[in-house]
Design a protein around this ligand. Structure first.
Ligand SMILES: Cc1cc2nc3c(=O)[nH]c(=O)nc-3n(C[C@H](O)[C@H](O)[C@H](O)COP(=O)(O)OP(=O)(O)OC[C@H]3O[C@@H](n4cnc5c(N)ncnc54)[C@H](O)[C@@H]3O)c2cc1C
Length: 451
């Protein structure tokens, strides 16, 4: 795709993780030069790094995200498959437990990649680095923004090269995009420039994550590639086992609600996993040789910044990906949303027009509504999660409970649910009359919430 308007000058992206790399890919079509800055030393081979600690945890790339990545980088999925990444039919190779029940197993025609986060980021980073107008500069920390004298426009970033002395210098830009993740400094920097703080939606969930790699052998799980067990009211433990490249499984156990202490020894982890209806997780912990130490992280809250609601915002500045909205990671949406926002940015630049910030944040808000509602609707099922529960949400929650129950034996319902989870269809799809009919036929009385 080529822009109609002549290329603009120089775009700077803060952060070379998935959000920043994908934004750079989109910007490369409309700018003469794109510079991506990251404070980390970026690895020369796929490996976890300091600035992306979540890289040691499983990262599901939703089917919608894979589609967008393959549009941005033709052949990327094939390249990953050739590197040994397993292709996973999400219902036959992988088992989903929702509300403690196994969604009807069988071929779905819906495929996911069992790719580790470091390999995915490395593959995307290599593609972006090879673009003719893009440079990725590591060990450069952005410390602030520069602006026009009237502060209406961002004109560049202040940065410090971490590899040499700590001298600060300025890099001029015609557009700056903040993709610095959850630790974004945008609220502070914009405050310093005299802009109001964006309203924030915050839903506290306090999830504790523990992950570890194990060797994958052909006999494990009868050749299947894993399963996931989602928590539900009354069951605040969850778990996942996912086949990945390098003949290994990534195993994750999580506790919801903050108080739980996760065991980090094999016997404790296996015992924890045995409380989950999905037997795969305990099987791998008990029988496969571990390949890494367990890694523990805490995720306090989903946060959405509503820049679209501000009256004033500087020109030539945008915020994207986790810096704009970060979700409870258990739903696996972050990278897909980052990809969709990058696609949106590319389209808006291509169309041209004023007030890019308002157009971008308004359209992003629409894009974010569905994934945000899925996460918040799911999390508010738990009595410990604070937030408003509308009558509509409660009614929807009850319907979905019956839906998941019916999907235990109904392949059509199961695949439709997985398409929504994979962001291929919007959640409204689950209320389609033909699916409602199947739910009514299939489900018994709704299970009482016990937690
Ligand atoms: C435990 C966990 C599990 C997750 N699981 C999934 C999953 O299964 N599927 C999924 O799609 N998503 C998942 N996510 C979310 C996913 O990791 C993010 O959505 C995705 O990485 C996009 O984030 P980002 O690029 O905006 O920010 P990040 O990935 O946080 O990266 C920010 C980057 O900015 C750099 N940086 C920060 N500050 C500066 C600065 N001042 N100057 C220069 N560089 C800077 C950092 O070094 C880093 O490289 C998970 C997240 C967590 C925490």
């Amino acid at each position: 795709m080529h822009p109609i308007s002549p290329r603009r000058g120089h775009a700077v992206v803060i952060g070379a993780s998935m959000g920043g790399l994908l934004a750079a890919r989109a910007l490369s079509e409309s700018f003469e030069r794109v510079t991506v800055l990251d404070r980390d030393e970026l690895p020369t081979e796929p490996s976890p790094r300091r600035g992306v600690p979540q890289g040691r945890h499983p990262h599901a790339l939703l089917a919608r995200g894979r589609e967008v990545l393959d549009e941005f980088f033709p052949g990327l999925s094939d390249e990953l498959l050739a590197a040994g990444v397993p292709l996973i039919d999400v219902r036959s190779d992988f088992h989903w437990y929702a509300d403690g029940r196994l969604l009807c197993p069988g071929p779905s025609g819906l495929f996911a990649l069992g790719v580790s986060r470091p390999l995915l980021e490395f593959a995307v980073g290599s593609r972006v680095a090879a673009l003719p107008r893009v440079s990725i500069v590591d060990r450069c920390e952005v410390t602030g923004l520069t602006s026009s004298p009237d502060r209406r426009r961002i004109t560049g970033v202040r940065m410090r090269n971490r590899s040499a002395d700590a001298v600060e210098f300025v890099l001029d830009a015609d557009l700056v995009v903040d993709a610095a993740g959850r630790g974004t400094r945008s609220p502070v920097w914009l405050d310093e420039l005299g802009y109001a703080r964006a309203p924030e939606d915050r839903v506290r969930i306090d999830v504790t994550y523990l992950s570890r790699l194990y060797r994958r052998e052909p006999h494990h799980l009868g050749g299947r590639l894993g399963s996931t067990f989602a928590p539900y009211p009354g069951q605040l433990r969850s778990g996942l086992v996912l086949g990945q490249e390098g003949e290994r499984f990534m195993v994750n156990i999580s506790a919801w609600g903050g108080d739980a202490v996760l065991p980090t020894d094999d016997a404790g982890m296996a015992e924890f996993a045995e409380h989950l209806a999905a037997p795969d997780i305990a099987e791998i912990i008990r029988s496969a040789p571990p390949l890494s130490e367990p890694v523990l992280s805490r995720y306090p809250a989903s946060v959405r910044r509503r820049y679209e609601q501000l009256d004033r915002f500087p020109e030539a500045y945008l915020v994207t990906a986790d810096a704009l909205c970060s979700f409870n990671p258990s739903y696996g949406q972050g990278m897909t949303v980052a990809a969709l926002e990058a696609q949106l940015l590319g389209r808006l630049l291509h169309e041209g027009g004023d007030e890019l910030w308002l157009r971008f944040f308004t359209a992003s808000a629409t894009l974010l509504d569905n994934p945000w509602d899925i996460v918040v609707g799911g999390d508010l099922r738990f009595p410990y999660v604070e937030g408003e529960r509308t009558a509509e949400m409660l009614e929807m929650g009850e319907y979905l409970e019956r839906y998941r129950e019916a999907a235990e034996d109904d392949a059509v319902l199961a695949t439709a649910l997985l398409r929504v989870i994979n962001m291929l269809d919007g959640p409204e799809r689950l209320g389609a009359p033909e699916l409602q009919e199947r739910v009514l036929r299939g489900a018994g009385p709704a299970r009482a919430a016990v937690g």
